[in-house]
Design a protein around this ligand. Structure first.
Ligand SMILES: Nc1ncnc2c1ncn2[C@@H]1O[C@H](COP(=O)(O)OP(=O)(O)O)[C@@H](O)[C@H]1O
Ligand SMILES: [Mg+2]
Length: 359
């Protein structure tokens, strides 16, 4: 059924094909490729995962979450799930580049209104997930993508491999507070409580969003790019810097609403429902030039579309052919998820995701 050779195209059953030379992203537990629905010709995205010896599958749990969120604005459509003896494949909606890539494309500079408008969309997506009793647990710029074509101003949320229900399906009870949890997420954007081993809840997704907003405004975060001998040391340094940078310093030079936003979400109790409307209001207050945030024209759209017109379809978001070919020989060969990522900041996630059984 699955021809896994170094061809340009891999058949996935009768219905889909996957383009090996069109890799969209390196994941910590799976890679994402561009593909096609054979009968309709519609382009699709395919996330691949190597089957583990114990048959545990992060992709399966990602699909369960995605199924549960279907229909929400900014939630990628799930089309199919294909299992083979060696690999699992999730077939889902093809989206555009992620916010981190777009940010680099714009030389780490977005206009104030772009940041606020993206922030609003990200906040709405997080609220939507929470309304379905799910926390994401890996909120970061790489996990937000824009749509394609007419949907290129809509922000989508992806990567539900670490997401978790925070309410019991039957009783509706909130999960209970625990300490001593293994780290889950990406160190750069993780909340302080997550570093300290607390069970995550809604507040942690929002603290990560606050870090994203500050990062997009400033171009960096004080704990980004710290040098360390190994991952444990780096992790410890990031935590120490996060704890020792007070809100005022972190948000220095930014409108006061950013530090109010951060303080508000850091003050939330474990089970407390965040005040999403208040957080939305804070973002709207920063916007002083009268253009409603839902009408902001994103500066990156022109740059991105020019690249498509120049016949470099999706580049630089598609990885080099050579690398893709090498990878397909051993798609995610590293069982512990130690395969390095395209982005340095997510390396912690790579190594920790595999160790932590997560769900
Ligand atoms: N549906 C999609 N369409 C286009 N690109 C995607 C899609 N899903 C993921 N990607 C790209 O692949 C990257 C890795 O995917 P992700 O689901 O985040 O995997 P991981 O859990 O391994 O981080 C994303 O950051 C994004 O750039
Ligand atoms: Mg990801």
């Amino acid at each position: 059924m699955l021809s896994f050779q170094l061809n340009e195209v891999v058949s996935l059953g009768k219905n889909y094909k996957l383009y090996i030379n069109k890799k969209l992203g390196n994941g910590a537990f799976g890679d994402v490729y561009k593909g096609e629905n054979i009968s309709s010709g519609k382009k699709i995205a395919v996330k691949c995962e190597q089957v583990r010896k114990d048959h545990s599958s992060l992709l399966k749990s990602e699909i369960n979450i995605l199924d549960y969120l279907q229909g929400g604005k900014g939630i990628p459509k799930k089309y199919d799930f294909i299992q083979t003896p060696k690999y699992n494949f999730m077939i889902f909606e093809l989206l555009g580049p992620n916010i981190e890539d777009l940010y680099h494309l714009c030389n780490n500079k977005f206009s104030k209104n772009t940041i606020l408008s993206l922030g609003l969309q990200m906040l709405n997506l997080i609220e939507f997930m929470h309304s379905r009793h799910i926390i994401h647990r890996d909120i970061k710029p790489e996990n937000f993508l824009i749509g394609t074509g007419k949907k290129n101003s809509i922000v989508y949320i992806c990567d539900f491999g670490l997401a978790k229900r925070f309410r019991d399906k039957r009783t509706g009870m909130h999960i209970s507070y625990k300490e001593g949890k293994k780290f889950t997420g990406t160190a750069c954007f993780a909340s302080i409580n997550t570093h300290l081993g607390s069970e995550q809840s809604r507040r942690d997704d929002l603290e990560s969003l606050a870090y994203i907003l500050i990062y997009l405004c400033k171009g960096t975060l004080p704990w980004k790019g710290l040098k360390a001998k190994n991952k444990d040391e780096k992790f410890a340094k990031i935590l120490s810097k996060k704890i020792n940078t007070n809100n005022e310093n972190l948000c220095a030079g930014l409108p006061k609403e950013f530090s109010i936003f951060l303080q508000n979400v850091r003050d939330l109790q474990f089970e407390e429902k965040p005040d999403y409307s208040y957080l939305r209001e804070l973002l709207k207050q920063i916007n002083t030039d009268g253009i409603p945030l839902n009408q902001v024209k994103y500066e990156f759209i022109n740059i991105f579309e020019k690249r498509i017109i120049n016949n470099s379809e999706n580049k630089p978001f598609l990885l080099e052919n050579k690398e893709s070919k090498k990878d397909i020989q051993n798609i995610n060969i590293s069982k512990k998820g130690t395969k390095s990522n395209t982005n340095n900041d997510s390396q912690n996630k790579g190594s920790l995701k595999g160790n932590d059984k997560i769900k």
